[in-house]
Design a protein around this ligand. Structure first.
Ligand SMILES: Nc1ncnc2c1ncn2[C@@H]1O[C@H](COP(=O)(O)OP(=O)(O)OP(=O)(O)O)[C@@H](O)[C@H]1O
Ligand SMILES: NC(=O)c1ccc[n+]([C@@H]2O[C@H](COP(=O)(O)O)[C@@H](O)[C@H]2O)c1
Length: 181
């Protein structure tokens, strides 16, 4: 049986990895949808689809299943999103997600959806990993070693810190004359 699991994976972390481990007990093939594939170089989506494919492919090589990483760009219309996914992915019988919108859209389209427990969600969350990267705090322990290697290879921390920084320009208050003479 072939399954489908989509995430933004910004970056792929140990919560995703635990979920793939559980999925691997149920299917022998898994499509990993790289969601919001067109987004990169922003605080919420720092890594490109290609970089996320590297992270995911290297990390899941430990598991005894065949995997395919497929980039999926976002659409303005949720109502046709499942068809869009199906048009880009190898065919699959079951979708895995804990995202309420994704669950709703697949269910309405007649696709069986399985949820998983949330693993150590207090820290295993992309937002937390990125915050630690910005603040130079330990993030490596929250991701598979292969992902940490990719982040270092692409100078990902420097990029995230730079795209998160403000431009440092002095703010001029509205009621202050910028050109006093
Ligand atoms: N710790 C976790 N345990 C189980 N599932 C998780 C965990 N973290 C994320 N997921 C699930 O993995 C899928 C992809 O998640 P996503 O890539 O958005 O990660 P995220 O940690 O929620 O990231 P962000 O904080 O950047 O939104 C979603 O279905 C999400 O619910
Ligand atoms: N209309 C759309 O483009 C649409 C709808 C539902 C989910 N998605 C994408 O699917 C992915 C879902 O992953 P998360 O669970 O990580 O949010 C995201 O990249 C999200 O943007 C896109």
């Amino acid at each position: 049986m072939r399954g489908f699991y989509i995430g933004r994976f910004q970056p792929y972390h140990n919560g995703h990895h635990r979920m793939v481990e559980e999925i691997a007990a149920e299917v022998n093939e898994l499509v990993l949808g790289i969601g919001s594939a067109g987004d990169s170089h922003s605080p919420r989506n720092p890594f490109t689809a290609g970089e996320r494919i590297m992270m995911v492919n290297k990390a899941v090589s430990d598991f005894d299943i065949t995997t395919y990483a497929v980039p999926i760009e976002d659409l303005d219309r949720n109502s046709v999103w499942v068809s869009h996914v199906q048009s880009m992915s190898p065919a699959f019988e079951v979708a895995y997600s804990n995202n309420p919108l994704v669950i709703q859209l697949f269910t309405e389209a007649g696709v069986e959806v399985h949820q998983s427990p949330m693993f150590n969600r207090e820290v295993l969350e992309g937002t937390e990993v990125r915050q630690r990267m910005i603040e130079d705090r330990d993030w490596e322990s929250l991701v598979p070693d292969e992902v940490a290697d990719v982040v270092r290879e692409i100078d990902g921390i420097e990029r995230l810190q730079r795209v998160t920084a403000t431009d440092g320009a002095e703010r001029v208050d509205d009621d202050e004359d910028p050109n006093p003479c």
